[in-house]
Design a binder for this molecule. Structure first.
Ligand SMILES: Cc1ncc(COP(=O)(O)O)c(C=O)c1O
Length: 403
């Protein structure tokens, strides 16, 4: 029988890169490909204690269905933390607990996008957002970025040329994939440009708390004067991703729409996981735990940056992020990240080719490296292998006259 799939499935293709990366599961491979937090930072013993007490005292309650919006005390805690740390002024009633911030992206598409609507995003942007929004069949409009973030004049130009711009999707802190963070000035400028159009700014902020140095900049959400910013947050990078806990902070009228679509998606986020997180943050020092994560990732960033500086052939540029999990490499124009990955697998090292992070294609000469998940000696060895593969490719390829 020929099963007739929904038309949206035409745009949803299994990524060829994902298939290649399956080869990286061998223990001999040093993988800079994933976006995994370091498992040694997970609070296993603490969670065991929290779960034991919780199940003994309220086992039936925490195994029951719950409200779509989320556990009241967890919503309070999230709003309080956002306001205290980020300078926002959100109420608990403006928080919806989600199954990871990835669900926040999918629900955003469901609430806001009709086929052909425009999603403006940084170039490059987060692959998971491209995947989530693609199901709603928008047109992606990439906005050029530099080291300070999205270029406001380019955003204005593109917005003016859009027919139905709905979403500006941004990751201003330690972006996945580039590791870049926006300057304060850029944040203000982008907010000002956006305020002239009927669009929602979706500010995705999984990495803001993972700053290794320098001064934190306020999120767009804290600068929002028109109720235009929806912020996505997550416990994945500050606690552990397996809980699948994130949140949406949005003005109440919009949040009500999110609640409606979440009901249809999964009724509510796991009661058990929400209770685990709520009891954990009440009983333990989350800030101290985040401090340890930052310290570990800063060391790993330092080791990777030093190894890249030492090993890479001249003329290859890469970012030096002040936080987060990733850095971004630009190869000479004529080299392809995809070809390099194939070659790197022969050397037992892997990364994600950067072309995947551009919804409209191109930029094949780029790559994303993760520095959070590998012990330092493996990072050094992995960079040595990567550099060897690049040198081989440079030796094999002749530069086209136009390059
Ligand atoms: C920018 C960005 N947004 C969202 C997510 C999804 O995170 P989660 O669903 O675990 O909260 C990720 C994960 O890597 C990410 O990098």
């Amino acid at each position: 029988m020929q099963i007739q799939l929904a038309q949206r499935m035409e745009a949803m293709k299994a990524s060829e890169i994902r298939e290649i990366l399956k080869l990286t599961r061998k223990p001999s491979v040093i993988s800079f490909a994933g976006g995994l937090p370091a498992p040694e930072t997970f609070p296993v013993a603490e969670m065991q204690a929290v779960a034991g007490t919780m199940l003994a005292s309220r086992g039936c309650e925490v195994m029951q269905y719950s409200t779509t919006e989320g556990e009241a005390d967890l919503r309070e805690w999230i709003a309080g933390r956002m306001n205290g740390r980020l300078g926002t002024s959100v109420e608990a009633s403006e928080i919806l607990v989600t199954s990871g911030s990835q669900q926040g992206l999918d629900l955003t598409g469901k609430v806001l996008l009709d086929e052909g609507d425009e999603v403006l995003c940084e170039s490059p942007t987060y692959l998971g957002a491209i995947q989530a929004f693609t199901a709603y069949r928008p047109r992606f409009v990439e906005v050029p970025t530099d080291d300070d973030g999205m270029l406001p004049e380019e955003l204005a130009k593109r917005l003016a040329g859009c027919r139905r711009p709905k979403i500006i999707y941004v990751v201003p802190d330690f972006q996945n994939p580039s590791g870049r963070s926006w300057s304060l000035e850029r944040r203000r400028q982008v907010r000002d440009v956006a305020s002239r159009f009927p669009v929602v700014i979706v500010e995705d902020n999984p990495y803001g708390e993972l700053r290794f140095e320098g001064v934190a900049r306020p999120p767009l959400k804290a600068m929002d004067r028109h109720g235009q910013v929806v912020m996505l947050g997550t416990f994945s990078k500050i606690l552990c991703p397996g809980l699948r806990l994130g949140w949406i902070a949005a003005p109440v009228e919009l949040l009500e729409k999110y609640v409606l679509v979440k009901q249809g998606a999964d009724l509510h986020t796991s009661t058990l996981c929400q209770r685990l997180a709520a009891d954990y943050v009440r009983g333990y020092d989350l800030d101290a735990a985040i401090g340890r994560i930052r310290e570990l990732y800063r060391r790993r960033r330092d080791v990777m940056v030093a190894a890249l500086e030492r090993e890479l052939p001249a003329g290859i540029r890469f970012t030096r992020p002040s936080g987060g999990l990733f850095l971004w490499v630009e190869l000479p124009q004529h080299l392809s990240g995809r070809d390099l990955l194939v070659r790197c697998l022969e050397h037992d090292v892997a990364f994600v080719p950067g072309g995947s992070f551009f919804p409209n294609g191109g930029h094949e000469n780029t790559l994303r490296l993760n520095f959070s998940a590998m012990p330092e000696p493996r990072i050094e060895e992995g960079v040595r292998r990567l550099a060897r593969a690049i040198r081989e490719m440079l030796a094999d390829t002749t530069v086209p006259a136009s390059a």
